[in-house]
Design a protein around this ligand. Structure first.
Ligand code: HEC
Length: 165
């Protein structure tokens, strides 16, 4: 989505520059075209950089949006009484092993998160790869008011292997 926004911003700037350069009937139009070329390169580079930075930003964010947001909500606030929050004060700061197990095996039964009781069921998300689980948990643990150590794919791999036994 954002990439498209950058792209359209970039193209708008480009079209503007090309229009200015082409509509000018100065004798120095060659020089102008050269200047435009340079400007075009600068703009294209910037747009590409912005897009790749955005992509590199956090791979866990994509997993979060695709997998967890439907229940836990985009701002991780959850839905009181139905889906518990993942923001500060939730279980997100607990032991990595416990969190990895929740994602791999799901969770059901009565629990209490931030003083609110929940008696619902989270389905297992075991189809996610070790990388995806590590990155989504790390993303949550460093956003939404959380500030906890990240979780590595190796940790997920170990927990997954233990569960299988
Ligand atoms: C279909 C809805 C659903 C999806 C999708 C889902 N969860 Fe949950 N999650 C729940 C429910 C419901 C509970 C509480 C279960 C209970 O009441 O025992 C829960 C509990 C949790 C908890 C422990 C309690 C807390 O809020 O701190 C964590 C951590 C968690 N989920 C993380 C995730 C992560 C990470 C993802 C995405 C990879 C995810 N969940 C996807 C429904 C969901």
């Amino acid at each position: 989505m954002k990439y498209n926004i950058y792209k359209s911003i970039g193209f708008s700037i480009l079209s503007g520059l090309i229009f200015v350069a082409c509509s000018s009937n100065s004798k120095k139009s060659d020089e102008k075209m050269q200047a435009t070329d340079t400007a075009v390169t600068v703009v294209t580079d910037t747009v590409q950089k912005m897009a790749s930075q955005n992509k590199m930003e956090d791979p866990g964010k994509a997993v979060f949006i695709n997998t967890c947001v439907v229940c836990h909500q985009a701002n991780a606030s959850g839905v009181p009484g139905n889906f518990p929050p993942l923001d500060s004060g939730s279980w997100v700061g607990r032991e990595p092993t416990e969190l990895i197990k929740i994602v791999l095996q799901g969770l059901k039964g009565e629990i209490e998160v931030k003083g609110e009781k929940y008696k619902n069921a989270m389905p297992p998300q075991a189809e996610l790869t070790d990388n995806e689980i590590a990155s989504v948990l790390s993303y949550i643990r460093s956003n939404f008011g959380n500030n906890f150590d990240s979780i590595t794919p190796e940790m997920v791999k170990k927990v997954r292997a233990k569960i299988k036994k």
